[in-house]
Ligand binder design. Sequence first.
Ligand SMILES: [Zn+2]
Length: 381
Amino acid sequence: MKVVSRRQIMAESEYFKQLPKVELHAHLNGSLTEKTLEKLGCSESAIAEYEKLTRTAPTSRSLQECFGLFSQAYNVIKSPESVYVAARNVIEDFAKDNVIYLELRTTPRANVGMTKEDYIEAVVKAIGDHEYKNKILVKLILSLDRRHSKEESEKALELILRMREKYPSVIKGIDLCGNPEEGDFHETIFEKAKQFLGITIHCAEVKNDSEVERILMFGPNRIGHGTYLHPEHGGSQKNWELYLEKKIPLECCLTSNIICGTTKSYQDHHVRHWLDLKLPFSICTDDKGVFGTTLTKEYTLVQRHFDKIPENLWKMTYDSISHSFASEREKQDLQDQLIRWFNVCHPKIVSTIQNAYNNYTPADLDILLEEHQRDVYINDI
Ligand SMILES: [Zn+2]
């Protein structure tokens, strides 16, 4: 365990809060805050349960408890109006966390009174309507559920491609998600999708070497999690070598992996290999509502546990832009923003934080520490 000062923890957290960030792996339904659930008409007791769990340190939460939270979100998102409210609020949360580029993903669902097409329309409308248009650029990734049959997924792809034709600048990617213990990866479906959309696939969330090999051979643009890829984490040497050859950017979700029990602790997280070997990756939240996190927290955790200087994570963010599904023009604009921030804001923030902390009394620091404790899980470090 690294010994850190209180000042250091707060300064890092503040730095990452201010840093313009890029989120490439965020599921709509798992990203709802208690406030959004309230707006969606969730019961008081369900919200209280949500609040209690998201305030608990990640290592003390069980996956089963978190699954309960997912179902609360599912239960209240049943109409185009509620899909719209959910998407709009999630986008606004990310904007408030200084995320300048967001790829939001979701599996289109049908309900009584709502078709899958209505569902997609509602998310696209929220992307067009939110309050922070000049602050955050949002793209949509539509997911296929791996538990669905090949025929169902082919049908879902047809709809996705049709909607993509209607909204080509918003619908930019396709994902394979769902329970990794069930279903299958169908290459032919993604082969077809590849002609029109960026591909990201939840990969190696559980040990399944033959499927991981097929996914790597297929060559998606990005992969999610990659927990069981490195041999030290249960992956096969053959697949790891294949990965090193392909160097597919990884979407890394630390807190999610801890709560899902696929990673023992932050210190043991496989992102270490990506950092050590300078392999491409981005830090992401996965389900910020259910897992009680923010992108700022995830950055702070990487900093805390892997001792990377903030500038290195600025560079990781900058590089993440090139892994995104934005247009070349949009990527250039985002990279320019990051460079401007580094030249103008980075030195100012570092010195402002330093000055502020120098002027705090020990009592002030205790109060500040108390406030930050919940946010950065100091007790859990
Ligand atoms: Zn995910």
